[in-house]
Design a protein. Structure first.
Length: 277
């Protein structure tokens, strides 16, 4: 068994069909989701991911049919159906079943999938600057983890892969650095860690927030500020945070090779210690 799906009060093995051709989410993307991880018997910040799913649902104009606490309990129910050492992805979802252009909030449905998804090894990411931009809050539902935001990320990622890179650095509408296509971004310079300040154009990730708090608690100076392309070009080191890979080093930016530096190593060490405490 590599996946189980919860829908309408029961767990089903595999990937059962959930949406119809007339389902609003199918043709107008009225779906939000969240993603959490379970590995080595732990599920760090699972509660925060469940809470964000509720916030995203409401921000998108849907009505949650589950509470964050219910999602949390259900997620653990699903996790326990796998071996303790399984590396899993947990994805709760809300979507609208009906509506015209505006989704009908009273038609909101819920599902959750838990599936095997090995954590990527921290071997180093090669990233390039993307031609794509993150949208401003008045252009898209950036206050939700909404499925409709991800086609633009996929285009940035595809562009990077076609150029021989693993991921892409995307900018905001003002040409400042926002994040990677699939993760948040950190850089270090002269012993200080920097990361783009949340400005409504990108997701202020759960793992991002945890890394920030852990580094600060460890006595490391960390600045959330406007980050420019020049900052990346002159950084001593760079690393990424996100639910899929947690904390990953960046070892190449454009044509510049970089080392997995001490700030990355400390961030990953602190995160793993936090996850298991």
């Amino acid at each position: 068994m590599d996946a189980i799906t919860y829908i309408d009060g029961e767990w089903l093995e595999g990937n059962p069909p959930l949406l119809g051709a007339r389902t609003h989410a199918t043709w107008l993307s009225s779906m939000i989701f969240d993603g959490a991880r379970a590995f080595e018997g732990v599920a760090p910040d699972l509660d925060l991911h469940c809470q964000r799913a509720i916030r995203s649902c409401k921000a998108f104009g849907l009505v949650p049919t589950m509470t964050a606490e219910q999602i949390f309990d259900l997620a653990w129910e699903g996790i326990r159906k796998f071996p303790e050492d399984a590396e899993l992805y947990i994805r709760p979802m809300f979507w609208a079943e009906t509506g015209w252009v505006d989704p009908d909030p009273d038609s909101t449905r819920f599902a959750m999938v838990v599936y095997v998804s090995p954590l990527p090894a921290p071997t180093g990411l090669a990233v390039c600057l993307s031609s794509r931009r993150r949208p401003a809050p008045d252009m898209a539902p950036t206050d939700a983890k909404a499925s409709c935001l991800y086609p633009n990320a996929s285009r940035a990622l595809r562009e990077a892969v076609q150029k021989g890179f693993d991921n892409a650095v995307v900018r905001d509408p003002l040409n400042n650095i926002a994040e990677l296509a699939t993760a948040n971004l950190f850089l270090a310079k002269e012993g200080v860690v920097h990361t783009p300040v949340p400005n409504g154009t990108f997701l202020n990730g759960v793992t991002r927030q945890r890394v920030i708090s852990l580094l600060r608690e460890d006595g490391i100076e960390l600045q959330e500020r406007t980050v420019t392309v020049v900052d990346l070009e002159t950084a001593d080191e760079m690393f990424a945070s996100g639910n899929h890979g947690k904390v990953q080093p960046i070892t190449r930016y454009e044509d510049r090779d970089m080392q997995a530096g001490p700030m990355y190593k400390r961030a990953r060490e602190l995160y793993w210690a936090y996850a298991h405490r």
